[in-house]
Design a binder for this molecule. Structure first.
Ligand code: KDG
Ligand code: MG
Length: 417
């Protein structure tokens, strides 16, 4: 299908929308980001995030070598057909690299069409469903005391929801605890080896939340990320032990490849469960949602095939009263955040959005119009998703290889990170 097809009822003419160029931009303003820029004959361009933490160049190559040649000459207005072409037409389906690459194309096309229509992207999705997007920030500390102080600081900044993580006695580099200014797990060229102890962790986490409720009262929403470290029965025990502290959610309590595992957690606890930041397809979540084993789905736009696919996932989740809670760590670029906020502004079954601040350098490379106010993020009204890239500045921050850590038990056994 190309731009010589008959004109269609979409923003701009088919000629305006013809894709004339597409480029992959890799930059490291503090951490690596991969961005796809698609340009149309009209001069209007769109941006899509293609960042897959620790595996950035795999997606860059998938796009540059295998996807971009297929885009030239296509009508940018055919968003669905392009999605189907890249997924259904490609034979090799799913997987994080493929779905991140497809997401980058998809988001860039939504951006182009919204810009040509002169509308903020949320309007194309069906319009505004809420005034602002509830977000949660990340508080962490080397111990319970420090974590509680951090939660207090987030509340002072206006946050209404805070994720809390703390050090675990005897555990070297526990997940989620910062050593510098902010928590950035991909810190070295080869993976850092961390050591994990489930008994020590299961002991400390209920104490952390007991303290947080005592210090900060009943109104603040509290969240916690287990980061796949527990077996199903351990996860059930933690979810039950945390019930008195009324968490907004307990995240990734056990690895989700075995979706039946969540039945065990459900049998023992009413703590709400969130899963799916590593999911890349509706199929990863199908049983979890259908069987009502989770409360929030975290699969997000950049890793799950873009707006076109995540919209399908969100609609399916809505049928089962499962709400969205998109992944939004700093390894998802401002381009993903912009697109996610437009989606969050529209999606009827919105739950919450994760929000970690990017560095000043990242914000400078990716100028954007979303703003944080009183515990919520607000997308802008500019046409498109509202995030741009300063390519000259991006070039000043060349790619630096970084990988995520790995975890082992004290006896050396490889564990889930
Ligand atoms: O790339 C990995 C990070 O995004 C991940 O470790 C962060 O679990 C995470 C979260 O909930 O933000
Ligand atoms: Mg997580």
């Amino acid at each position: 299908m190309n731009a010589s097809a008959p004109d269609e009822g979409c923003a701009g003419s088919v000629r305006d929308r013809e894709i004339v160029a597409a480029r992959v931009i890799v930059t490291c303003p503090g951490r690596n980001f991969v961005t796809l820029k698609i340009e149309t004959r009209s001069g209007v361009y769109g941006l899509g995030d293609a960042t897959l933490n620790g595996r950035e160049l795999a997606v860059a190559s998938y796009l540059a070598d295998h996807v971009v040649p297929n885009l030239i000459g296509r009508d940018a207005g055919r968003i669905e057909d392009t999605w189907q072409f890249l997924y259904r037409g490609a034979y090799w389906r799913r997987g994080p690299v493929t779905m991140t690459a497809i997401a980058a194309v998809d988001v860039a096309l939504w951006d182009i069409v919204a810009k040509l229509a002169g509308m903020p992207l949320y309007q194309l999705l069906g319009g505004r469903s809420r005034e602002g997007v509830l977000v949660y920030g990340h508080a962490n500390g080397r111990d319970i005391e420090e974590a509680s102080e951090q939660v207090g600081r987030y509340i002072e900044k206006g946050f209404r929801a805070v994720r809390a993580q703390c050090g675990v006695p005897g555990v070297h580099k526990p997940y989620g605890v910062a050593r510098g200014k902010a928590y950035e797990p991909a810190e070295s060229e080869l993976p850092v080896e961390t050591v994990w102890s489930t008994p020590a962790y299961l002991n400390v986490v209920p104490q952390l939340f007991e303290r947080l409720r005592a210090d900060h009262g009943p109104d603040i929403e509290l969240l916690h990320d287990v980061h796949h470290r527990l077996t199903p029965i351990e996860a059930a025990r933690l979810a039950r032990d945390l019930e008195p502290y009324r968490l907004f959610w307990l995240e990734d309590a056990t690895p989700a490849e075995n979706q039946r595992a969540f039945e065990l957690i459900r049998r023992h606890s009413v703590t709400p469960l969130a899963v799916g930041e590593v999911f890349n397809s509706i199929w990863d979540a199908k049983h979890l949602i259908e069987a009502q084993l989770i409360d929030f789905i975290r699969a997000t736009i950049v890793h799950a095939g873009g707006i076109t696919h995540v919209r399908r996932l969100a609609d399916f989740a809505a049928l089962h009263q499962v709400r969205t809670g998109f992944h939004g760590a700093t390894d998802l670029s401002p381009v993903c955040m912009g697109a996610a906020l437009h989606f969050d502004t529209w999606v009827p079954n919105f739950g919450i959005q994760e929000y970690m601040f990017h560095t000043e350098e990242t914000d400078a490379v990716f100028p954007h119009d979303y703003v944080f106010r009183e515990g919520r993020l607000h997308c802008g009204e500019r046409p498109g998703h509202g995030v741009d890239i300063d390519e000259a500045l991006a070039r000043k921050f060349p790619y630096r290889p970084k990988q995520l850590p790995v975890a082992r038990l004290a006896d050396g056994t490889m564990w889930d990170w």
